[in-house]
Design a protein around this ligand. Structure first.
Ligand SMILES: Cc1cc2nc3c(=O)[nH]c(=O)nc-3n(C[C@H](O)[C@H](O)[C@H](O)COP(=O)(O)OP(=O)(O)OC[C@H]3O[C@@H](n4cnc5c(N)ncnc54)[C@H](O)[C@@H]3O)c2cc1C
Length: 436
């Protein structure tokens, strides 16, 4: 490859790696304060990204960044699906949470979106606010040892150049640029799981048993550690996938390469769940099936004096409660006022002012994800003993309000979920489940 080295280092106020939701929202918030922002994005938009189910908490951050109007204007054109809750299916058991009935204040509805369209809209709006996005440019080296960090970047024309800023934000998602270059990776406490997924013509039509306004999470009939998502869009199509540990998939492999192709495998796993197969009886698989393995990730720290990690570049838990984009937007919302202070020459304690508050909500999600896979939260979801107050508190979490410390279910979330699961298994009086 022919490489051309430019000698002068280009300058900007803040440089951001990645133009996904966390990068675009960070750029928009910075532009609103008048700072010069440059995003380096290695792909061209629109580009595929997994993660189509938003949570109502997102709406607060979309509005804050100045994105909400443009997303609203494109709802019909992009077939964004109005969403007001989450439905659950396990064999013959059904359950749902209505986000509009949640405990926390704030929006109770949102959308399910094709991320190619959604991320493009956000990036375009960041550009309209004055952010520069260099599509097709890839960060290939990072230097944070200088007071003002420097990125080495390669364009598609194989031109290599350097960009320096007063502050660096890593919003590179699963690219995980700073974790890799600065050796920040820290193992996730979740086991390695795999997702197999695609977009389908769902063929559900007017089936009265199916609510397009909700994501459907189906627990595998025979192995409760495995689950499927079905995320409808507004045009008769859906995102569909299954998540499990590798041994679950291994049990479906035949050893015949043709029979074990992703699409055949996904259909075989679907056929093994009677309830979901009925919902998708008319579905057409018309898009290549993709797979992702070992996506849960963590880091040793989320920020230092001249850089911070946003969204998935920091920690990613698990897809089950669709928390990814919400956490990505929340991280920008928390970080940008601190970046502004740095740019004004103030001291910022990134640990107490960014990392700890962000992780507080992430840890609430974590407690629910862990309890999902141990089966405790599944017992709560499918319990016959529905207490309206507890339902409202859980609906808040599922709607993304994981930073609302007024919610009694958040304090000691892990212990409370365990107690609640016992109540739901009819072993405990409700007062004890609700108690402090
Ligand atoms: C199976 C699965 C299902 C999921 N489902 C959901 C869901 O339903 N709802 C939900 O909210 N979340 C979901 N998520 C999570 C969601 O995908 C992410 O949390 C979200 O996309 C994070 O946004 P981000 O802005 O941090 O990063 P991203 O959206 O990943 O954006 C990162 C950008 O950085 C760019 N980049 C990477 N490396 C470089 C480089 N070297 N130089 C320049 N640019 C670079 C990439 O091209 C990309 O555009 C799911 C995740 C998985 C694995």
């Amino acid at each position: 490859m022919q490489e051309m080295q430019q000698n002068t280092i280009q300058q900007t106020d803040v440089m951001i790696i990645g133009a996904g939701p966390s990068g675009s929202s960070a750029a928009a918030l910075l532009r609103k304060k008048g700072f010069k922002v440059t995003i380096i994005e290695k792909q061209h938009f629109p580009r595929f990204s997994i993660g189509e189910s938003l949570l109502p908490q997102c709406m607060v951050f979309l509005e804050e960044a100045g994105f909400l109007d443009t997303v609203c204007e494109h709802v019909e054109k992009c077939a964004f699906q109005f969403k007001n809750g989450a439905a659950f299916l396990r064999g013959q058991q059904r359950s749902f949470y209505d986000f509009t009935q949640k405990f926390s204040a704030g929006p109770g509805t949102t959308w399910q979106v094709r991320r190619a369209d959604f991320d493009r809209l956000l990036a375009e709006q960041a550009q309209a606010l004055g952010a520069e996005i260099r599509f097709g440019h890839e960060v290939i080296a990072v230097d944070v040892e200088t007071v003002h960090p420097i990125l080495t970047i390669r364009s598609e024309q194989a031109e290599v150049y350097q960009l320096q800023a007063k502050f660096l934000l890593d919003a590179s998602g699963f690219g995980r640029i700073l974790p890799q270059f600065l050796n920040l990776e820290s193992p996730s406490n979740f086991p390695v799981r795999r997702a197999l997924f695609t977009h389908i013509e769902d063929g559900i039509g007017n089936n009265p048993e199916f609510d397009r306004h909700k994501i459907l999470i189906t627990v595998h009939d025979k192995d409760h550690r495995a689950w499927y998502w079905l995320i409808p869009f507004a045009d008769g199509r859906s995102s569909f996938g299954v998540v499990a540990e590798q041994d679950f998939f291994d049990a479906y492999l035949t050893g015949n390469a043709e029979q074990d192709q992703n699409e055949v495998l996904l259909k075989r796993i679907l056929a093994d769940d009677m309830s979901l197969s009925n919902v998708l009886a008319q579905a057409k698989f018309d898009t290549p099936v993709r797979t992702l393995v070992g996506y849960s990730a963590n880091v040793k720290h989320l920020a230092q004096s001249n850089y911070a990690l946003l969204g998935n570049a920091g920690e990613f838990l698990d897809p089950v409660f669709s928390s990814g984009v919400t956490i990505a937007l929340k991280s920008s919302s928390l970080a940008i006022p601190l970046v502004e202070r740095v740019l004004h020459g103030e001291q910022v304690d990134w640990l107490t002012e960014y990392e700890q508050p962000l992780r507080q909500g992430i840890n609430v999600f974590r407690a629910y994800v862990e309890a999902w896979y141990t089966g405790e939260f599944q017992d709560v979801v499918f319990s016959r003993h529905k207490n309206p107050d507890i339902e409202r508190m859980i609906a808040s979490l599922l709607a993304g309000y994981a930073w609302d410390m007024q919610n009694p279910m958040y304090k000691n979330a892990k212990r409370r979920l365990a107690t609640l699961a016992e109540y739901c298994r009819e072993a405990l009086p409700l007062e004890q489940a609700l108690g402090n």
